[in-house]
Design a protein around this ligand. Structure first.
Ligand SMILES: [Zn+2]
Length: 380
């Protein structure tokens, strides 16, 4: 990415004129290099809206005039709509290579990582692997950083992972094939770090209807240390998830309380750079992640708001109840809730010690009383 100064021959030019000029210069270079007979060009201008000025024009000098005549967009600068429009044009314009040159005369006025991520994922997945070339160029006063243009460029460097989707099979306590030939676009770098895994945003390249994956943004959790132990590392998460899911299904419906739910998770078995990888894939839950309790007796502080308190107390009561439900064998803990109806957990089995630690710090609440489990605790 270049951030050009816009003073030219001692006079300042309007930045949007500089953008228009740069677009023409870029195309003029293509013309000078000798365009292929099938090369075409489309132009989108944008402010808070994106407008297609022309689509699929043969590359030639009249195209340069068409760019010059294009209305120069003033007002707000919002990248996402322009990227979404580019995705639509790419989807309707077959080509061997799609070269997107993103020129902006200012920083995005309403930046959002999640929206930009979705827009870039859409753009990248509209192309076949290796088909997209994305260039982003910012025009601003000297010292402009164009942080969001840089983020955009980074996000477009996602990696494609192609393989078979596996689901957890309770009967065999192992994985079984759910679907063949699934492609995921995994955005780098990771956005969160767990104790043993890194979390990446991802999207399925095939439409959700064609895969057994949930629709919308996904999260991929992969081993931090990409040794050959990734399958062994992932399996316990699936076994624990299944335990938590079956307990949640049996959890009694309490008046005026949500039921704990755990998002489904699948495993993508794929080969990357010669080694076999096992990537856990699940729906991405937007919102702040909250850790309600831990596997060594940790209990999160009680939130200030009524809704947060309700979810917190329900999570603690669910943990207590899961122990009663299992006949004192297991306790679902280390629950990570998100501000939606779903909760989910990562797990490191601390065994009896962890169960004892939970009950040491657990104070029964209204939900425990409603579930009539307050007097059901491990014998002292
Ligand atoms: Zn309790």
């Amino acid at each position: 990415m270049a951030s050009d100064d816009v003073s030219e021959a001692g006079r300042n030019v309007r930045r949007c004129s500089a953008v228009n000029k740069a677009a023409r210069e870029f195309l003029a270079q293509q013309i000078a290099d000798g365009p292929g007979p099938r090369d075409t060009c489309s132009l989108i201008t944008f402010n808070d809206e994106a407008t297609v000025c022309f689509q699929g024009r043969r590359v030639g000098s009249d195209t340069l005039d068409a760019i010059k005549q294009a209305e120069q967009a003033g007002g707000e600068t919002i990248y996402v709509n322009a990227l979404n429009m580019a995705t639509r044009l790419i989807a309707s314009t077959p080509a061997d290579v799609h070269c997107v040159v993103f020129l902006s005369d200012g920083e995005d006025n309403h930046p959002s990582t999640a929206l930009l991520q979705t827009a870039i994922s859409g753009l990248v997945t509209a192309c076949k692997p290796g088909q997209l070339q994305l260039h982003s160029i910012g025009f601003g006063p000297q010292g402009s950083t164009f942080e969001w243009l840089e983020k955009m460029a980074d996000m477009s460097k996602g990696k494609f992972h192609n393989g078979d989707l596996l689901a957890w099979d309770t009967a065999s306590q192992g994985f079984k094939l759910a679907q063949q030939a699934v492609t995921l676009l995994v955005s780098t770098p990771h956005f969160a770090t767990g104790s043993t895994r890194l979390a990446y945003r991802a999207t399925a390249s095939s439409p959700a209807a064609a895969t057994s994956l949930p629709s919308g943004p996904l999260v991929v959790k992969a081993a931090q240390d990409t040794s050959d132990q990734e399958l062994e590392l992932q399996a316990p998460y699936f076994a624990c998830l299944h335990t938590a899911q079956s307990a949640a299904q049996a959890f009694p419906r309490l008046p005026a309380a949500t039921t704990p739910k755990f998002v489904d998770c699948q495993l993508l078995r794929c080969s990357t750079e010669g080694s076999q990888r096992f990537l856990a894939v699940e729906q991405l839950l937007e919102g702040a992640y909250i850790k309600y309790n831990g596997n060594k007796g940790y209990v999160a502080p009680l939130p200030d708001d009524a809704h947060g308190r309700e979810r917190h107390e329900l999570a603690q009561a669910y943990s207590h109840w899961s122990w009663v439900h299992s006949g004192g064998r297991e306790l679902v803990c280390d629950i990570q809730g998100v501000n939606s109806v779903a909760v989910k957990y990562g797990h490191k089995d601390m065994g009896a010690e962890g169960i004892a630690a939970f009950f040491e710090s657990h104070r029964c609440n209204g939900y425990c009383h409603a579930l009539t489990i307050s007097n059901k605790r491990p014998a002292a």
